[in-house]
Design a binder for this molecule. Structure first.
Ligand SMILES: CC(C)(COP(=O)(O)OP(=O)(O)OC[C@H]1O[C@@H](n2cnc3c(N)ncnc32)[C@H](O)[C@@H]1OP(=O)(O)O)[C@@H](O)C(=O)NCCC(=O)NCCS
Length: 319
């Protein structure tokens, strides 16, 4: 038995903030933001809903997509660096809202890399037989820790949630290989202090590390999976900045048509960005059952990594 993704869902807040909206109070321009980041608009949680609400919507959608019931879930894992409260974490509230309040529920924080770290752990739980059905959700309200007067960061970060359901299946590949790494020496390049609670970043340095580390990790994951870039059908990197993703794809030799970019409409949603991008790619018909997906991420810590998976392989096997 292997662990595979069998369902996906996402939820975005209703409020849309465009670059034109930001220009009203920031010394910036739509042209600058689009050219340097690819971002045109972002979604913000405006207080009418909690982050747990948003995460639960994504998880419920993923569960429905998987055709499974909440009562069968063994574990709910929610990655977030912006939970509704300092404690408790989001996961128990999400478990309760989706209808499996007796399941194990745990928060995990590896900043923007959280989703791949959690996916790796979910796969390990399922492959070892310790769990049969695990929901993995990335949920962020980065607007809560954004300095909205800092043009270097206020343009980049946003809110959203994405979730997948991981289950044991009689498949060949599933969630095959993950390469997860960290380097705490660079923690001062991207952080939020516990008292100030505002995200601070050396953008140019982060950019440089992000491209190099995501490329290294993806190459290592491909090698461990005994495949090459040519075997990859879809490349989904953390949606931090279109230029970062394009530069990484170029260095890896992944052609443009295989690269998923949705940062233009959702901006950087940290640990939620990969599942939201997967969800959108599937809806647009770019991601299909059996596709080989390479994922890469990078964020504060630094913590980063890459993973290779076959997309909803169970559907092809049972077809
Ligand atoms: C933040 C980022 C878009 C800035 O782009 P950049 O090309 O590196 O720009 P720099 O920070 O070097 O700044 C260049 C100039 O643009 C200015 N600038 C910064 N933000 C600006 C904005 N929103 N509008 C207009 N000008 C801006 C700077 O003040 C600087 O001006 P100066 O040359 O007069 O000093 C880019 O560095 C980036 O995306 N970094 C990675 C961020 C990231 O993804 N972090 C999360 C990882 S999980």
């Amino acid at each position: 038995m292997k662990a595979g993704v069998i369902g996906i869902g996402a939820a975005l807040p209703e409020e849309i903030v465009t670059n034109a909206d930001l220009v009203k109070h920031l010394d910036t321009s739509d042209e600058w933001i689009v050219r340097r980041t690819g971002i045109r608009e972002r979604r913000l949680l405006n207080g009418s809903r909690t982050l747990a609400d948003l995460a639960s919507e994504a998880c419920t959608m993923a569960l429905k997509d998987a055709g499974r019931e909440a009562k069968d879930i063994d574990r709910v894992m929610v990655c977030s660096l912006t939970p509704d409260r300092m404690m408790p974490g989001l996961a128990p509230a999400v478990a309760q809202q989706i209808g499996c309040d007796l399941a194990g529920a745990v928060d995990l924080n590896a900043a923007c890399a959280g989703f791949l770290y959690a996916l790796d752990q979910a796969a390990a739980l399922v492959e070892s037989g310790r769990a049969n059905l695990v929901v993995v959700c990335g949920a962020e309200a980065l607007s809560r820790i954004t300095d909205h007067s800092d043009r270097g960061t206020a343009i980049l970060f946003a809110d959203g949630a994405g979730a997948v359901v991981v289950a044991a299946a009689d498949i060949e590949h599933g969630l095959s290989t993950f390469e997860l790494r960290s380097d705490g020496r660079h923690s001062d390049l991207l952080y939020a202090e516990i008292d100030e609670r505002l995200l601070r970043m050396e953008g140019r340095e982060v950019y440089r590390h992000a491209v190099a580390r995501m490329v290294e990790a993806t190459e290592a994951a491909l090698q461990r999976a005994s495949i090459t870039t040519e075997d990859v059908d879809v490349f989904v990197a953390h949606q931090a900045n279109a230029r970062i993703i394009e530069a990484a794809a170029r260095r890896l030799g992944v052609p443009e048509e295989k690269v998923v970019i949705n940062v233009d409409t959702v901006a950087n949603t940290s640990s939620a960005s990969i599942p939201i991008a997967l969800w959108q790619a599937e809806r647009e018909g770019r991601l299909k059952s059996g596709h080989v997906v390479a994922m890469a991420t990078f964020g504060a810590g630094f913590a980063w990594g890459a993973g290779i998976m076959s997309w909803k392989e169970h559907a092809r096997v049972s077809a």
